[in-house]
Design a protein around this ligand. Structure first.
Ligand SMILES: NC(=O)c1ccc[n+]([C@@H]2O[C@H](COP(=O)([O-])OP(=O)(O)OC[C@H]3O[C@@H](n4cnc5c(N)ncnc54)[C@H](O)[C@@H]3O)[C@@H](O)[C@H]2O)c1
Length: 359
């Protein structure tokens, strides 16, 4: 097992990465001391892992809430059902919420923990690759509003993260690849040598080789933790981690939240962002092909069908990163180095998006 620290002074917390952590009662009981625990999970994850976890957490005032599966349930009404449960069972301020699931469960359970009695502890046990390398680290919690992603949320750091790589064996390949998209993102904006390592080890990663997987997760979390430590509230450099996300969120919103998996939308978004970087003279055509080639090898999409560039631009303006100074984009200054910059004029964006549309 490996341990990493997200350094945030009093809110610092460990990330444990290893195999069969869900069964590691010694570790779990050492880290989760609360007497009252509410496990939030969903109908897919519960039959696979809930019993293992409840057994490991041992004798305490334990409850669980099994939510419906999917992004469409990252809603105010599911959030309310968590709060109802906490109230019904008279949870106190020193209790703990445990998020057992992918990014949807982590985001909604974290947001409930942030709000209940003005904030109680929560623990992340991410069960998708995407959640293990991204959403479980950094304390962003949220629910969606209508078709708008993550419109209501809070910053609330977990007290610890248990990343059990064994649970990835039950993930469907499409979801697994969606997680690889976020891993590739770290290489593209922060660390070219990690990108090179990914290019070399992609087949082993796709085959779930434990050592390769543990390194990819550890390096991703390390890169994210370093940025979060410097810019917890996303006012500066943390925006680099949104590479591909402004385009991606707009695609998700246009696709009624169910056409694309989050990581797939980000994959297309990264490909568009790379092309935009090229249109502005930062990177070369060959660099764009390098980006697309790695994404395609990871079984990720880099283009879409029948999409109106005007509509996509309209949704992009709604992105939370579009502040009063206008829309900012994360582009590539070079491979391995992202930059935060004002969006170029609409005609450049429309032509890049148009070129990505398969008719
Ligand atoms: N908070 C953040 O910083 C942050 C960062 C990135 C993404 N997100 C959010 O994360 C969400 C996407 O997360 P996700 O991709 O994990 O989606 P998800 O939570 O919907 O999980 C994907 C699917 O995998 C299933 N699943 C989960 N674990 C499994 C397992 N071990 N075996 C089999 N099936 C399993 C889930 O039930 C679901 O059907 C989005 O809502 C996105 O906005 C948040």
């Amino acid at each position: 097992m490996e341990t990493l620290e997200v350094g945030l002074s009093q809110r610092s917390y460990p990330i444990y990465i290893g195999e069969r952590l869900l069964e590691n009662d010694i570790l779990l009981n050492r880290e989760i001391s609360a007497r009252q625990v509410l496990i939030i999970t969903n109908e897919v994850v519960a039959p696979l892992y809930l019993e293992l976890l409840t057994k490991a957490l041992g004798k305490r005032d334990q409850h669980s809430l099994i939510l419906s599966d999917g992004e469409q349930h990252k809603t105010l009404s599911c959030f309310s059902s968590i709060i109802d449960k906490l109230i019904d069972h008279e949870f106190h301020r020193d209790s703990c919420v445990v998020a057992l699931g992918g990014g949807v469960i982590g985001d909604i359970a974290g947001f409930a923990a942030a709000c209940y009695q003005r904030g109680i502890d929560y623990v992340q046990i991410p069960t998708t690759l995407l959640a293990q390398v991204d959403s479980s680290v950094g304390g962003k919690t949220a629910i969606n509003h209508a078709h708008l992603k993550n419109m209501v949320g809070a910053f609330h750091q977990p007290i610890s993260v248990f990343t059990d790589i064994s649970v990835l064996k039950t993930l469907i390949p499409r979801q697994y690849s969606a997680g690889i998209a976020e891993i590739i993102k770290y290489g593209l904006v922060l660390d070219e040598s990690f990108l090179e390592w990914l290019e070399e080890h992609l087949e082993a990663l796709l085959a779930l080789d434990a050592q390769t997987l543990a390194f990819a997760i550890r390096r991703s979390c390390e890169l994210k933790a370093a940025i979060v430590s410097e810019d917890e509230r996303d006012l500066g450099q943390r925006a680099l981690l949104n590479f591909g996300h402004t385009f991606g969120h707009a695609l998700e919103s246009l696709g009624q939240l169910d056409q694309w998996l989050h990581g797939e939308a980000v994959s297309i978004g990264m490909s568009i962002a790379a092309r935009t970087s090229c249109a502005l003279g930062f990177i070369s055509d060959a660099d764009c092909e390098r980006v697309d080639s790695l994404l395609l090898r990871a079984n990720l999409p880099v283009a879409f069908q029948d999409l109106d560039p005007d509509k996509l631009l309209e949704f992009m303006q709604l992105d939370k990163k579009a502040g009063t100074e206008g829309l900012k984009l994360i582009l590539l200054k070079q491979i391995g180095e992202g930059i935060i910059t004002a969006a170029p004029n609409d005609s450049i964006l429309k032509s890049v998006i148009g070129a990505k549309t398969i008719i």
